[in-house]
Write a protein that binds this ligand. Structure first.
Ligand SMILES: [Zn+2]
Length: 168
């Protein structure tokens, strides 16, 4: 930027350029005491250029000062805040995850309970299916149907458990 700045400043010169810089760096620029030089810079391209460059320069200097000060105080504070926020978010998500797992476990238990409660019905259905003429002729016996039913049930449960746990 330094080179560009000098190139621009070399285009045109004005004897009041230093006055512009002084007014800006002292803070007089924005006050009533800076009104005269401010008005001049509005009509003088050289001083307008100097005013612009000086302000840019000061802004950069401010930014550098800010960056230098940040690691010691601001940045550490900001990082601590972010870490605290993340921890809070994780703590907030934990009960939800627990409730989800508990709900899943309850549903699984309910299904198992339902299966046990209706076991006579299920066993009766399996026996009934086994008694059907077509099934034994295909090689199905009540024992095989029972094993198949249990296997399918366990597979569904395992799949549901996998899906439920994978979401973490
Ligand atoms: Zn001027």
């Amino acid at each position: 930027m330094g080179k560009k700045m000098s190139e621009r400043m070399n285009l045109k010169h004005c004897e009041r350029e230093q006055e512009v810089v002084d007014a800006l760096t002292s803070g007089r620029w924005a006050t009533a005491w800076g009104e005269d030089i401010r008005r001049h810079a509005e009509v003088c391209t050289a001083c307008a250029e100097v005013a612009f460059v000086t302000q840019e320069f000061r802004r950069e200097a401010d930014a550098e000062l800010l960056q230098a000060a940040l690691p010691s105080a601001g940045l550490v504070w900001w990082k601590a805040q972010r870490a605290a926020r993340r921890a809070a978010e994780e703590r907030a998500a934990e009960p939800i995850r627990f409730v989800e797992r508990a709900t899943f476990a309850l549903v699984a238990l309910a299904l198992l309970g339902l299966a046990a409660w209706n076991w006579n019905f299920i066993a009766g259905w399996i026996r009934h299916a086994g008694e059907l003429a077509i099934l034994p002729s295909l090689g199905f016996t009540p024992a095989i149907l029972l094993v198949a039913t249990v296997a399918v049930f366990l597979s569904v449960m395992a799949l549901a458990a996998y899906v439920g746990w994978r979401e973490d």
